[in-house]
Design a binder for this molecule. Structure first.
Ligand SMILES: [Mn+2]
Length: 451
């Protein structure tokens, strides 16, 4: 403590202690007199100004009086105002193309936010989830159906947690195909969403299997890219699977713009594309195909330019930022049972509620999850190698296990949503039937039963 301050405090205490009983009594009298007066004043104003209780909020017609009222035109943000002041959008030099770098993006984003102040509050947490699939119908007969369900899963997650979703099914650069296709999309999404701090790329073959879990953004405040990965595998084993590039969270900033262009320049837009493939194969002995791929490219950057990249990239391994499906499909049944057990014991956890306030119930559950340990729901399950659209799954798996695994994961996730609508799949392998959820489910008096 500051010595001057401590002296002041102790002398003030001494003064307080030396005051007489009578002075305390007169203070008390004055206090009550003032409080009474205040009460009378508040009460009289209250009866003057309180309008007739109005149960329903007032709805005004959208065309009337909405110009200056930001709250009216969206969830606290003004969706109707775009002032005339020029921004990067008006600069003919600004290009969405992956081949033309963007400069001074931080300054440009900041300038845009200055002209759209209603977006400033909450800007640090705003996320746009970006995903997509190929432009043509799937070769696999159930491919499009699976893609629809995988997309629905992402929409469900974002409805609960308030993220926006952009689904792209076009190649934005003719050369940037398959795993390279995401970079032109992510770059374009960054420019299209200056209001968002984060772009969250989630592969079409990945799905949320814990609808309650929220990204721990606070943990990433000093980082610009988050991927699931293991430093020891990158630096000691040099494995091309030491991280997974199918799900990543990237900050909408200049650093990321630069990373995306460096990263993409190891892809098919580069004249050295073939050479990059050879470099990657000589570096990662477990990489079996010759083409340069995005995942190897990122590991290469982390390995070769550790000083430049390591401190800015968060390798998340504490939870399933994305998890390999083969490790996870076995846990859904047990996890379901463990969560029901939790709810049988705690009425607050099984209380019915509106879907919109689900995050509150996720927070309630936090205290109980620590005990659950390995039976915590995996956050994201990634069906790597299953190729739902083409059907050309990795020969390591048979098609049946990919298909069954996906159906199980989808229904497991869907149950977490459906419950808010009063229904459940009682069999995770049966996608087409549901049962109505009884009131106060799973009440201990129900016993084990719900099928
Ligand atoms: Mn994938």
């Amino acid at each position: 403590m500051n010595p001057d301050l401590s002296h002041f405090q102790s002398s003030a205490m001494a003064k307080l202690r030396s005051r007489s009983f009578w002075s305390h009594l007169s203070d008390a009298f004055l206090f009550f007199a003032a409080a009474f007066l205040a009460l009378v004043l508040v009460w009289s104003f209250w009866s003057y100004f309180t309008p007739t209780p109005n149960f329903l909020p007032t709805f005004t017609h959208p065309s009337s009086n909405s110009k200056n009222n930001p709250v009216e035109s969206g969830f606290g943000v003004n969706l109707k105002s775009d002032p005339k002041d020029p921004t990067f959008y008006d600069d003919p030099e600004t290009s969405y193309s992956i081949e033309k770098p963007v400069k001074d993006w931080d300054g440009k984003r900041k300038e845009w936010l200055k002209h759209h102040p209603s977006f400033t509050a909450g800007a640090r947490e705003r996320i746009v989830l970006v995903t997509g699939s190929q432009p043509k119908p799937c070769k696999n007969p159930v491919g499009d159906h699976l893609l629809l369900r995988l997309f629905k899963n992402k929409v469900d997650y974002c409805r609960i947690h308030g993220c926006d979703v952009f689904y792209n099914n076009l190649l934005l650069h003719p050369k940037m195909k398959s795993f390279w296709a995401k970079f032109p999309i992510v770059k374009a999404a960054m420019l299209a969403h200056p209001e968002a701090e984060w772009i969250w790329w989630v592969d079409s073959d990945a799905l949320f299997t814990d609808m309650e879990f929220k990204l721990p953004l606070e943990r990433y405040k000093n980082h610009n890219l988050v991927v699931n990965g293991w430093p020891e595998l990158i630096y000691n084993k040099r494995s091309w699977t030491s991280l997974n590039a199918g799900v990543f969270l990237v900050r909408n900033c200049q650093w990321s713009m630069d990373l995306i262009s460096t990263w993409s320049n190891m892809g098919p837009i580069s004249e050295d594309y073939e050479k990059w493939g050879q470099i990657q194969r000589s570096m990662f002995k477990d990489k079996l195909f010759p083409e340069s791929d995005d995942q190897s490219a990122l590991i290469y950057l982390l390995y070769k330019e550790k000083e430049k990249y390591y401190d800015h990239i968060y390798l998340e391994k504490e939870f399933y930022f994305q998890g390999y499906w083969v490790d996870l499909i076995g846990v859904y049944d047990n996890t379901t049972e463990r969560y029901l057990e939790m709810e049988r014991k705690v009425a607050r956890l099984r209380r019915r509620h509106a879907e919109k306030v689900s995050e509150q119930y996720a927070a309630f559950r936090e205290d109980f999850l620590k005990e659950t340990g390995k039976w915590k729901r995996p956050f994201i399950t990634h069906f790597t190698g299953c190729e739902p659209c083409s059907g050309n799954h990795n020969q390591k798996y048979d098609g049946e296990s990919c298909w069954e695994g996906m159906v199980k994961a989808l229904n497991f996730a869907d149950n977490q949503i459906l419950r808010n609508y009063g229904f459940l799949h009682s069999d995770l392998l049966d996608s087409s039937t549901v049962t109505e959820v009884p009131f106060d489910y799973p009440n201990p008096t129900d016993g084990e039963g719900f099928s």
